[in-house]
Design a protein around this ligand. Structure first.
Ligand code: COA
Length: 385
């Protein structure tokens, strides 16, 4: 095929049995299980194992996986020292990419992927998967303290992934209802077929690069505002709009300037993203117990969504996962510029599941191009130009 399709729209980059989207009907399933059921009944740890192994774990398999994650939460002090040398003003996603890339230096492994002995590689892949997934939350939470000039709070092993993350952020016992909301957010963000960051991960993984390099590629790709960076942009946008009565005017002026409405639109969905529906309900449920400020933010969000939908639904543009997540993260006391890092923690499960799938049937990615440059010509010496 020689036809060039910008953004590779509609071109399959791999075969995968990890997740599936029905964009016409707004359906998302991980390993065949609807996202609504996973959000209602599962945990981030269980969903991660489902994504990685393809089956719902038994009680003892899940307990074993939880245990492995808990045992791997702590980080060597070298990572903390490295993080302390980074500028406090740097974006958390850049810190995360740097810290994750450095794990390979501080935890050197004699083992390498061979690409030939799959059985042996898969042991290594599992070990690295657990270590990386466990440490993502620790790195993100540590940075919050380090960049503010404090010592990080060490992880606890008696808490779930979401609880421990909130504990490491604040040093307080996590509020069980907020921890469950975070748990659901992590489930919802854990996987989403071949999006830009997962594709970046597949490309890097296909060279048999080390897992920390694979993760660094994916994290860098997720950081862009057209991808994971949108959740931060949404909250900043809602703060700028300020109140529901300003929503229409705001959307009109954005569209007149050919600017995007953050948190709206998705390549795959031609209707509302099912994750946005779940998150919107979570915000609504939280309202009963929370401040007026959240109410105004939520009402503003709904007004912006409606105004944008009225004007853009004919183009298949509806709210996506990033539209409502920020309001929840803000209630958890998570700073706006850390929102995308939370997305990265969650998506690590999906990235590593795809990495594993790629390695099982690997071929290095080497696409082609449509050349649009000059025809062959002779070099002109410098003094003749
Ligand atoms: N605000 C305003 N217009 C939008 C829009 C948005 N958020 N998303 C899409 N559109 C418009 C496009 O301008 C285009 O209009 P046109 O046909 O008149 O040129 C049309 O809808 C089709 O969109 P397109 O840019 O082709 O979609 P895409 O698949 O290439 O891009 C996104 C998808 C996600 C990059 C895009 O919707 C976007 O930039 N959204 C905002 C960022 C965001 O929330 N990202 C998180 C995704 S989970």
């Amino acid at each position: 095929m020689n036809e060039y399709l910008p953004g590779l729209e509609g071109i399959p980059a791999t075969r995968s049995n990890i997740s599936d989207i029905d964009g016409e009907h707004g359906i998302l399933a991980y390993r065949g299980y609807p996202i609504e059921q996973l959000a209602a009944y599962s945990t981030f740890e269980e969903t991660s194992l489902l994504l990685l192994d393809g089956v719902l774990p038994t009680k003892s398999e899940l307990a074993d996986f939880d245990n492995q994650l808990c045992r791997n939460r702590a980080l060597k002090y070298h990572i903390r020292e490295l993080m302390m040398t980074l500028p406090a003003t740097g974006h958390p996603m850049e810190m995360l990419q740097t810290a994750v890339a450095s794990l390979g230096m501080f935890y050197p492994s004699g083992e390498r992927l061979t690409g030939s002995d799959v059985a042996e590689d898969l042991n290594y892949v599992h070990t690295m998967t657990v270590k990386i997934l466990a440490r993502m939350g620790t790195i993100v939470a540590m940075w919050e303290h380090i960049r503010n000039g404090y010592d990080p709070i060490p992880p606890r092993s008696d808490l779930s992934y979401a609880e421990n993350f909130l504990y490491m952020l604040s040093g307080n016992e996590p509020d069980p209802s907020l921890a469950r909301i975070l748990d659901i957010c992590l489930i919802l963000h854990a996987e989403h077929t071949i999006n830009a960051s997962t594709f970046a991960m597949l490309v890097t993984g296909s060279t048999l690069a080390a897992p920390n390099s694979v993760m660094a590629s994916a994290i860098g790709t997720l950081s862009g505002p057209l991808h994971g960076g949108a959740n931060q942009k949404v909250l900043e946008m809602l703060q700028k709009v300020g109140s529901p009565d300003k929503a229409e005017e705001f959307v009109d002026s954005k569209l007149a300037n050919k600017e995007v409405i953050w948190g709206m639109g998705h390549r795959e969905y031609k209707t509302k993203d099912p994750r946005a529906t779940i998150l919107q309900k979570l915000v609504k449920d939280l309202l009963d117990t929370r401040s007026d400020e959240v109410n105004i933010m939520f009402e503003t969000a709904m007004a912006v969504e409606k105004a944008a939908e009225d004007r853009l639904s004919s183009k298949g543009v509806f709210a996506n996962v990033d539209f409502y997540s920020g309001i929840l993260y803000q209630e958890m006391g998570i700073p706006t510029d850390q929102f995308t890092s939370i997305f990265a923690i969650a998506r690590t499960a999906g990235w590593l599941a795809h990495w594993r799938e790629q390695l099982r049937d690997n071929r290095i990615f080497r696409p082609t191009q449509v050349y649009t440059g000059e025809p062959m010509r002779d070099y002109i010496p410098l003094d003749k130009r």
